[in-house]
Ligand binder design. Structure first.
Ligand SMILES: Nc1ncnc2c1ncn2[C@@H]1O[C@H](COP(=O)(O)OP(=O)(O)OP(=O)(O)O)[C@@H](O)[C@H]1O
Length: 504
């Protein structure tokens, strides 16, 4: 059966209809809302929907995981015993009680039980564990202990270098160190900001800290002037992203610059495709390979696919969610480009939504301010590109909306992993249209792999071949414009946009 006939079966969705006005959309609720009313909470249901709703009320609202995660696999020579409790660190590794007492969690997560002893035994580590499973503390804690132990007799200079793909993640890793070591003056942790880059390149003797956290693009510009003579630990957080075409030239330059030094290498990510795993293992010595549900989305995220028919259908769906209160903040909404993120931002601003937007064309200061406001719940709906897909840990994100289907399984896993973190429950909704025939299969496969109960039509979708996967990753789907605004208002908003995003 034709794929899209299959998808829209039993609905009155009219794909050819272009919804250009809100009024029209609202008047034609019945024809479009039914397939989009995925939480079944629409306020004015038709008789049929009402009956369905009554039936549904006794059933779970979203898909629940029905199969257990794949087993973890820890391989390597002499695998150290896992940690059973944080307190073990004191007796087993002589970690100071003051450091351990700063950990506010009752017990280590699985990645922490395996990785922390490995790092303290000075092993190279390749680790994959689900989003939100505590990978940051798994390396920050042992590095903090080693540096505290080595000080003050230790040499000056950078001892640990942590590479991350985004500025936001760099700030977050700095915060993780600060929480653990607040008040301790034994070592300094710094992010390679624009001003630090300027200082280290222009002032002789300017210090880059004992721990330097950097994005590859900025670090390559400072390689020649930084002193790596004391470097002992190299961490690649979101390792697969750092070998992505966007970062690979700089990451390669950095690795080449550090070649020949004896370093402990720690590569971590929720997704480590086999090509990256092979590349990483090649750089390591007697590594420990810690794979915990590799490449899977966490069971704590209820995943849902929603057929929106067209771009207008997506906009209508999000407006409907706002109207019915289904969009419980904080919410992250991912789009495939800066242009589309800005366009949706203007649509929602016009609707009076407490919304902001973040992407690579906003200034560093704006980006920092937006994330802060989102964390403080001053912004309820944050529209973003994949710049926020990796690593960002915002407490209690309720819902992730993939307004545009992501271009790879990895991107999907990381995006939806912004919710359902640290054991909390979350929801992820992915809108798709007739333009998404191939990439929707990728999402369905992740759903199946993650143990999500999937609908019958999804079980009949095949897999995407390697070549198509590569093409999808390289080039986003061509989509119609988001905006339904009359041209005059659109122009006015565009000029406002330039002011608010700092674009030229
Ligand atoms: N042992 C623990 N128990 C409970 N919560 C923890 C524990 N360790 C860390 N956390 C919390 O879990 C959340 C997610 O941790 P973290 O950001 O390190 O996840 P991650 O595995 O790096 O995720 P991602 O792959 O998305 O980067 C954080 O808020 C962190 O403070």
């Amino acid at each position: 059966m034709d794929f899209f006939r299959l998808l829209s079966r039993g609905t009155k969705l009219d794909n050819t209809e272009a919804f250009t006005k809100n009024e029209k959309a609202v008047n034609e609720e019945d024809s479009i809302i039914r397939p989009l009313d995925f939480f079944h909470t629409h306020s004015t249901p038709t008789q049929e929907v009402r009956e369905k709703k009554q039936k549904k009320e006794t059933e779970p609202e979203l898909h629940v995981p029905v199969i257990p995660y794949r087993k973890s696999k820890i391989t390597g020579d002499d695998v150290p015993h896992p940690l059973t409790a944080f307190q073990d660190l004191v007796s087993r590794f002589q970690v100071s009680q003051s450091l351990v007492s700063r950990i506010k969690f009752p017990a280590p997560t699985q990645i922490q039980t395996e990785a922390i002893p490995g790092i303290l035994h000075d092993r190279d580590i390749l680790a994959s564990a689900p989003t939100g499973s505590g990978k940051t503390l798994a390396y920050v804690l042992p590095i903090a202990h080693i540096l505290q132990k080595d000080q003050p007799g230790g040499t000056s200079g950078i001892k640990a270098l942590i590479l991350v793909p985004t500025k936001e993640l760099a700030t977050q890793v700095l915060e993780a160190f600060t929480i653990l070591t607040r008040g301790s003056t034994t070592f300094k942790v710094k992010v390679l900001t624009k001003s630090l880059l300027a200082r280290v390149t222009s002032e002789a003797g300017a210090k880059a800290g004992d721990v330097l956290i950097a994005t590859p693009l900025r670090l390559v510009r400072a390689l020649a002037v930084l002193d790596f003579g004391s470097l002992r630990h190299l961490v690649l957080d979101e390792a697969d992203k750092l070998f992505d075409p966007a970062f690979a030239p700089q990451t390669d330059d950095i690795l080449a610059h550090l070649r020949g030094r004896t370093l402990q290498k720690l590569f971590l990510s929720a997704t480590l495709p086999s090509s990256i795993e092979a590349l990483a293992l090649n750089l390591m010595t007697a590594p420990l390979r810690i794979l915990i549900s590799p490449g899977q989305a966490p069971a704590t995220v209820a995943q849902k696919l929603v057929y929106a028919g067209s771009e207008a259908g997506k906009l209508l769906a999000i407006r409907q969610m706002l109207k019915t209160g289904e969009l419980t903040p904080p919410v992250l909404v991912f789009l495939q480009s800066i242009e589309r993120a800005n366009a949706l931002f203007h649509e929602l601003v016009y609707d009076g939504v407490n919304v902001d937007v973040i992407h690579g064309e906003r200034t560093e200061t704006q980006r920092r301010a937006v994330v802060e406001r989102f964390k403080k719940a001053e912004v309820w709906v944050l529209i973003c590109t994949d710049v926020l897909a990796r690593g960002i840990d915002v407490h209690g994100v309720n819902l992730v909306i993939n307004y545009d289907v992501p271009q790879s399984a990895q991107a999907y896993i990381h995006r939806i992993g912004r919710t359902g973190r640290a054991g909390k429950q979350g929801k992820a909704v992915t809108f798709f249209t007739k333009d998404d025939v191939e990439n929707v299969k990728i999402v369905v496969n992740v759903m199946k792999e993650s143990g999500c109960e999937v609908e019958e039509w999804m079980t009949r979708l095949g897999k995407v071949d390697k070549k198509t996967k590569k093409q999808l990753k390289r080039k986003p789907v061509d989509r119609d414009d988001i905006s339904t605004q009359p041209k005059k208002r659109k122009r006015k908003n565009l000029s406002k946009d330039k002011q608010s995003t700092g674009e030229e």
